[in-house]
Design a protein around this ligand. Sequence first.
Ligand code: IVH
Length: 696
Amino acid sequence: MTDAPHATPLADQAEYAQAVQVAVDAAAAYYGSGDSALDDDAYDRLVRGIEAYEAAHPEHALPGSPAGKVAGGAVVGDVPHTVPMLSLDNVFSAEDLAGWVAGLERRLGRPVEAWSVEPKLDGLAVSARYQGGRLAQLVTRGDGVAGEDVSHAIGTVVGLPERLPEPVTVEIRGEVLMTSAQFEAANVARTSFDGVPFANPRSAAAGTLRAKDRKYRCEMTFFGYGALPLPFEDGSPLAVRLRELPHSQIMELVVGLGVQTTGATPVGVIAVATVDEVRARVEEIAGLRAELPFGIDGIVIKADLAADQELAGFSSRAPRWAIAYKLPAVEKITKLVEVEWNVGRTGIIAPRAVLEPVRLDGSVVTYATLHNPADITRRGLMLGDHVTVYKAGDVIPRVEAPVVHLRTGDERAVVFPQVCPRCGGDIDTSQQRWRCVRGRACHAVASVSYAVGRDQLDIEGLGETRIVQLVDAGLIVDFADLFTLTREQILALDRMGETSTDNLLAAIERAKGKPLNKVFCALGVRGTGRSMSRRIARHFASMDAIRAADIDGLQAVEGIGPEKAAMLVEELAELAPLIDKLVVAGVTMTEPGATGPGTGAADEAEADADPAVSLPLTGMAVVVTGSMSGPLEALSRNQMNELIERAGGKASSSISARTALLVAGEKAGSKKDKAAALGVRIATPEEFAAMVHDFI
Ligand code: IVH
């Protein structure tokens, strides 16, 4: 599933020595302040290059080399660990994993009967020492032999209670991290004090854990992944259990003590019996990565039974009974080249980061979302900055923060627009999201283009240039005006002949007969794309019923919650003059086949829940990915969605545990992996066509 990062090639001894220096500095920063100049991938590549060079030229190997050392040899701390805090060896693919399992089983001389599989949390290892049920000391991993006392952080770490319900003496090891929400909160607190945001959740946790006298407080989270008796408690009943129980049960015991463990993460610690099950769990966790509320950089697989662990033992660096299955980097450092300002359909002016292209989780990222202007200020971003960029699975890439210590002084301030970049009008900056004061009018061209598009009113012969001509000539301000255009008006436009005029008029006339869902979609109501428009039209059956609906009524439509319903009511009021014009022009305002609310018949019609008319996809959430083939080859994504809904299903764009079916064509990407991981049924376009043949 994952490839090992390529080694950075090192040509000679000088390059090798320089690489060692860079890696040592990066490791010191990573395990210290958390502000490494290298992202994980770049660091891994460098260390692999160093290892390769040392393998070829052992006589040149420098004693300070980070290769093969815990924490890359970055020594921090003076509190000796009771038992060394080791690292984990890595594998990067299913084949590597199978090889590692075979090696372990050879060493044991028997098959491993139980495995535990859990997320590899991307934070910092700490050891929490409880004495008589009280959290007495918190120590970082340091060089594995001794760590730094960070007991001052006690009380700021969720999941690590200061008191246990029983007066036990025990050492719990685990990872301290910041969840996405904690990271956002920490950056708000930090930037309001000294204006310098943390680069990513990991360095935020590293910096916070070690900081002693901060004027602001940042919360962190702990997940335990191991427990051991403290030395002088060796004979206690708890110590005996910790030595004898399987890892998965130790985790349950720790939970019983009120300490959070990896078992409390949405992907949990699960014990399985076979390597196939391990692999399935690995894929499942990998598929859910983007949705987790914190970062993971892999999956840890452990021989679950104490006897297996004892027999396998440790190398100098890592246990032989556990392995980290590394996932590809989802965060990288690249350069912020430019900030673009785009005006959306409704007049919202949104910034977008233009990046130096960077490969992330299987695709090349050039653009990333910046949310809104306040977000740029809050993150203190400057043009030319090195920035951390995050992308996993299907999520839209986002800029996390600038890497402030890489600044050269050549960075420039981001320039915020003073006037609307599209129409030159004023900007309403009173809300977080800036808007052109002209709202939709600013957008006459874009919104008319959208309304006449293939999936809405489908008016052929009305490209953007024509629309600009019509707007500039004062003939239209919105798409309702199209229906009152006269033949003379159109003919008078530049480069407009008799035939094309007649064709255009005929296309406009045809558009009047489009069903309500297309007309509604053409309105460009915020938050309602094609499938939501179909659902609304099917539910209400007429524009009058939609307009009469209040917030409660709108929430009867699947996918509309209280916030969206309130926004819809507001938008519909704003659009009232446009809708009135459409009614007067004779545009269709009803949905064929839908019967409207009130009688309950519409709901039945909508869900097609009447068992007598059960359709092939009734009650099924269906996702389409990849390119279609066979009888479905010519269908656009929207036409596929319409087909799904005609056949009684619900078209959806993302895979979740609720998805009933994925139609996966050629070049299907991560959605297919995710569906497989979640056990979602997968059909080829041809199989799907056979299921819904009556509706194509
Ligand atoms: S078990 C003897 N389990 O990954 C070491 N480690 O790259 C046993 N980590 O040092 C470690 N999640 O800080 C274990 N579920 C997990 C983990 C985990 C994150 C960290 C840990 C370790 C590092 C190695």
